[in-house]
Design a binder for this molecule. Structure first.
Ligand SMILES: C[S@@+](CC[C@H](N)C(=O)[O-])C[C@H]1O[C@@H](n2cnc3c(N)ncnc32)[C@H](O)[C@@H]1O
Length: 381
């Protein structure tokens, strides 16, 4: 039922939008935030587009703040729940049958019902993503968000007009269309334990994992009006976007805030009796969590402006987490004095690491850094 064949749709979606559309998209983002930056289509040196200051900035100035286009919490490494021996109580807490006192002050994000109809209110391919790669969580969100936006754009149009469906999909895809991208199975650097001879099989395996994840997503979300969205090449590009552009996010733990409140900061809010009861009820959980009680949640996000910043091992800016900043927001601040017209760069890797380690870590981004610092250090070596 598509007027534009799926192959052609795919070609268009995977190509960068034309320069005017890109410029309009970024100009509108910058204007909305009132930031003194601009995205230039060619940063020079074959690096693609880049982010530049339009005003002088002092060290420590916030250059811009932005909410993620997409973000997801990554799985914690440990198993704090496993240390809590009282399984029936854990289940009662998880199901909501038991509620801890005063938890209403520390709300968690709502659960999202699975559009495929799973009864446990979780994204049904989450188990697959957990077992394979956290990045599939974020990619699934990107796909769902594009789909919802395309549906919304169609809400006042003839729902089945193929031209309108295609237009809606293109418009909904714009935040990802402008992103630097490559198929995930091609852009991941070959790990050290995979020989050159095994590289083909390694990449085929990654492609297979993406295909498995996509199959689950198709089962839950497939919409005949937007077939190109469910093509493997597009899904590979979505995962590639996160591999090449993501920014780590730290979200303070609501568990820490709750436990501190109950055990130390309740004065004036709860009576002593109420506090004693709350402390008795939460003590076993606190003991089971041990040092992990204040573990921050790690996340990853894709940000429209931040992802335009190129890498430099001596960057002009860095991501910070000032007190009171919104959870999950990117706050980019000047690492030194910046003049109008200077490029705003970030260090994608650990800037304290030696040259060889920085270069090894940058392999996943597909380039060899030739910044001034690298050239200086290489010459000195
Ligand atoms: C997060 S994007 C940065 C924006 C990108 N230039 C664009 O056009 O959207 C990361 C990609 O930009 C390119 N890049 C960033 N910094 C670079 C550098 N110092 N040298 C060469 N390429 C760089 C690499 O291709 C990298 O994978």
């Amino acid at each position: 039922m598509t007027a534009v064949p799926v192959d052609e749709q795919l070609r268009v979606l995977l190509s960068p939008p034309d320069a005017l559309d890109q410029a309009a998209y970024f100009a509108q983002l910058v204007e909305r935030g009132g930031w003194a930056v601009e995205v230039r289509p060619d940063a020079g040196g074959g690096r693609g587009k880049g982010l530049f200051a339009t005003q002088d900035l002092e060290e420590g100035d916030v250059i811009f703040t932005e909410a993620p286009v997409i973000a997801a919490r990554l799985l914690p490494g440990g198993d704090a729940a496993g240390a809590f021996a009282d399984r029936p109580r854990l289940e009662a807490l998880a199901s909501g049958a038991e509620r801890l006192p005063h938890t209403e002050r520390f709300p968690l994000p709502p659960l999202v019902a699975c559009p495929g109809g799973c009864s446990d209110e979780a994204y049904c391919s989450a188990a697959h993503a957990d077992e394979t790669n956290d990045i599939f969580h974020v990619a699934a969100q990107a796909m769902a968000k594009t789909l919802l936006r395309a549906r919304r754009l169609l809400s006042d149009a003839p729902q089945r007009d193929p031209e309108r469906c295609w237009e809606a999909l293109r418009a909904a895809w714009l935040p990802f269309a402008v992103a630097w991208k490559a198929p995930w199975w091609e852009c991941v650097a070959r790990p050290d334990d995979v020989s050159a001879a095994e590289e083909g099989a390694f990449r085929a395996e990654l492609r297979g994992l993406a295909a498995d994840s996509l199959e689950l997503l198709r089962a839950a979300l497939f919409d005949t009006r937007f077939p190109a969205l469910f093509e493997l090449e597009l899904f590979g590009a979505i995962i590639g976007i996160f591999e090449l552009n993501n920014l780590d996010i730290i979200v303070n733990s609501p568990v820490e805030e709750y436990l501190l409140f109950v055990h130390e900061e309740h004065e004036g809010v709860m009576s002593d009796d109420a506090a004693a009861t709350a402390q008795r009820l939460t003590r076993p959980l606190l003991d089971a969590l041990g040092d992990a009680y204040d573990a921050q949640a790690q996340g990853t996000g894709f940000f429209a402006l931040q992802s335009c910043a190129n890498h430099d091992c001596a960057p002009s800016a860095h991501a910070v987490k000032p007190p009171g900043s919104a959870d999950g927001a990117a706050v980019i601040s000047a690492a030194r004095r910046i003049r109008a017209g200077d490029e705003i760069t970030l260090c994608y890797v650990d800037g304290d690491a030696p040259l060889a380690e920085r270069h090894a870590a940058l392999r996943d981004y597909g380039f060899v850094c030739a910044c001034e610092r690298c050239c200086r250090e290489a010459a000195a070596a």
